[in-house]
Design a protein around this ligand. Structure first.
Ligand code: SF4
Ligand code: SF4
Length: 105
């Protein structure tokens, strides 16, 4: 085996402007609170910059716990009682409008 055999290919990911543009993807339907209230043990919390947000709804689709509340044309809201702070919403946000802020005790 040569040294470069495990080299990762360059992959270009498309940038979506709205959740409506997403291809059919196998996302699960989030179940709010399926692992209990997570607000007590979360280390980082996502915060949405309302000025930066373009109201695309992509974070809402990708949140595995279904704790992002979204209606068309509005900035989403996060239910911190159940958000576990995984950061998926931050990674998927095309506008980089979500920051993960460290929780204080
Ligand atoms: S941090 Fe995770 S659980 Fe919380 S809103 Fe974002 S995707 Fe959902
Ligand atoms: S926070 Fe990001 S992903 Fe969520 S609606 Fe706003 S721009 Fe879209």
């Amino acid at each position: 085996m040569k040294k470069d055999d495990h080299k990762t290919a360059d992959i270009t990911c498309p940038i979506y402007k709205s959740w409506r543009e997403l291809p059919h993807i196998p996302v699960s339907i989030g179940q709010k609170g399926s692992i209990g209230e997570t607000g007590d043990w979360r280390t980082f919390r996502p915060e949405i910059d309302k000025k930066q947000c373009n109201k695309c709804g992509i974070c809402y689709v990708y949140c595995p716990d279904g704790v992002i509340l979204f209606s068309e044309g509005s900035v989403p809201e996060i239910d911190y009682t159940y958000c576990k702070g995984c950061g998926i919403c931050k990674v998927k946000c095309p506008k980089k409008a979500i920051e993960m802020i460290q929780e204080r005790e």
